[in-house]
Design a protein around this ligand. Sequence first.
Ligand code: 3PG
Length: 393
Amino acid sequence: KKTLKDMDFKGKKVLVRVDFNVPLKDREVTDTTRIEAALPTIEYLIKEGAKLLLISHLGRPGGEAKDELRMDPVAKKLANLLNKEVKKVDDCIGEDVEKAVADLKDGDVLVLENSRFYPGEKKNDPEFAKQLASLADIYVNDAFGAAHRAHATTVGVTEYLPSAAGFLMQRELNALGEVMENPASPFVAIMGGAKVSDKIDVIKNLITKVDSLIVGGGIANTFLLAKGYELGDSLVEADKVDLAKELMAEAEAKGVKIVLPIDVVIADDFSNEANTKVVQADQVPAGWQILDCGGPESLEQYKAIIKDAKTVIWNGPLGVFEMEKFAHGTIELAKALAESDAHSVIGGGDSAAAINKAGVADQMSHISTGGGASLMFFEGKELPGVAALDDVE
Ligand code: 3PG
């Protein structure tokens, strides 16, 4: 793919797709990780004398303008981080935007409105894409976190503008590509999260690559059920039990170890106020449910595997870690990763949040800014937002 170094930006209007889909509270940005991750591209384009038009989605406004999802707090944060004026317009296309663009000087930065205020964004409507593209001379995609979406700002606009991958996009693709193509073994994958259905394709692909697959979170329940365990009131996907059996058989045939929890933290209610205890994974009484796969014996098992690993990838928490009582397993896993010498690549979203909560972000080799995007990458599929970018001639 073409990169920033392959292009000349002096005096050019550059439409930059960033993933500024950041958490907000009371219209303030509460986590700037994704904004900071895009700074190398933004600063480079400023230095090269481009006129920057930044565009992102924010939340899921459903194709209409919602005041609480305007980009203003994001533009304000960006201005702080750049220590430079950042302009903002309240639309993505149209006359006001055209005027603001015409006023830009080389090195100026303009933040456009939330792209998902337009239904044409998610529908990848060519008309919306064309209007956006008409504002600029070049398109740069630095939104790795949104590259799994085939939307107007990630795919559609590439039909009308020369395009290139930004530095963050490049860094993500290199880091994730390296571990999927050339992992040092033992290669261990840790898959957690709530639903098996979200993880089928990734598990299928990982079974062809890893030495061990640690399965935790809600998805472990369905695997435990497939082994015939009593799981009390635990959340299971009964219609995925056969699939879990197939995946286990497939793994066994390939010599891949599927590692399930030995003991688990159970609760008598899905709440942080519930009574809890630790039991063996096959002895969950009626009226109780598994909410954390990190019992002490399970954790010992995971730690031993991670200690010997040379490469580890992790996507999805081991339990309901947003509730303090069920965060233990996930936090201990993050710490175990920090202590190991393995090359560690963390899928974004909840796992990245857990790494931050454990205070060990500095000790990971790579923490992706993309949740769904890194998952799609681990599925071995090409991301539409990447596929659409120009290749080097
Ligand atoms: C993310 O946060 O994973 C990306 O920004 C994509 O957001 P979406 O799931 O709303 O498309």
